[in-house]
Design a protein around this ligand. Sequence first.
Ligand code: ZN
Length: 113
Amino acid sequence: MNQRQRERLLQEIQELVPQALLGSLSETYRRCGNRNCRCHAGGPKHGPHLYVSYRGPAGKTTVYYVPEASHAAVRKGVEAWGRVQVCLRQLGIANKEKLIPSKPPARTRKRPS
Ligand SMILES: [Zn+2]
């Protein structure tokens, strides 16, 4: 990974992190309380109802409901989280080249340009 790729990756991480949301999404479809509704007559159920679940530091799983107005933002946030993981992974691998030079250091070191 060259310096430009590294900077682009860092830039992307910086943009994604503020909106990144930890968790996985699950959707449910339900029948409502109205007996006369289409959902009780074999019609489509209501939904999707969106939930986010994540495992906290102590290993305990937390689940919360997402109001419909926040569906788009939450989906985007979870996607951003996933993308951050991909970027961090690439960076974490590329850092090997930075921390462990592949060639033994020359006697007269060049200053980094
Ligand atoms: Zn209904």
